[in-house]
Design a protein around this ligand. Structure first.
Ligand code: IMP
Ligand code: MG
Length: 178
């Protein structure tokens, strides 16, 4: 595994993001909507780096029928989403890759009648983005490499790593059970 972003680099950047959100949403009812499952590590750290009142909610998104690098049909499950009417929503995901997931999520969240919706991600793979949208808040722009850790998975493994790394073929081989 080659480390792309250390635990310390991520910690510092999350603190900066928390400060930005606190400034932007001061005096406005904020709901941070974490996207399952990849955002959970970032969500836990980011909400503790803010100092404004906020609510936390969860939504689920997954793409079916795709490969590791080209997602298939997007499926959004909003069954856990609370009433968002009048609330300023920040959709929080681990990574903005092609951007198709975030486009689908923005569309789904609009149906709940929020006061506003913005997007935030830890990582943005700028070279891969193919939608007419950019994340409103992002931690790091990264090259077109497959990464894991700090919530990001391969085959649902590696989410617990405290850093973001580029796995070797051997690491991926182990994660698929040999
Ligand atoms: P998008 O719809 O192409 O922006 O893809 C977003 C989703 O693809 C993310 O929520 C991740 O689940 C997954 N993804 C994209 N790139 C990576 C990566 O490098 N590592 C792990 N998951 C990734
Ligand atoms: Mg994901």
């Amino acid at each position: 595994m080659r480390i792309l972003l250390t635990e310390e680099q991520i910690r510092q950047r999350v603190v900066e993001l928390g400060a930005r959100l606190s400034h932007e949403y001061q005096g406005r009812p904020l709901t941070i909507l974490g996207v399952l499952t990849g955002s959970v590590v970032l969500l836990a750290d980011l909400i503790r780096a803010t100092n404004v009142p906020l609510r936390v909610a969860l939504i689920s998104a997954s793409s079916y029928g795709g490969t590791r690098t080209s997602p298939g049909e997007l499926s959004v499950n909003s069954s856990l989403v609370p009433d968002l009417s009048g609330r300023h929503v920040v959709i929080l995901d681990d990574i903005f890759d092609t951007g198709k997931t975030m486009v689908g999520l923005l569309d789904a969240v609009q149906q709940f009648g929020p006061a506003s919706v913005k997007s935030a991600v830890l990582l943005w793979k700028t070279e891969r983005t193919c939608v007419d949208l950019v994340p409103d808040f992002f931690g790091f722009q990264i090259p077109d490499e497959f990464v894991v850790g700090y919530g990001l998975d391969y085959n649902d493994e590696f989410r617990h790593l405290p850093y973001v790394g580029i796995p070797d073929p051997d690491d991926l081989h182990m994660a698929t059970g040999g």
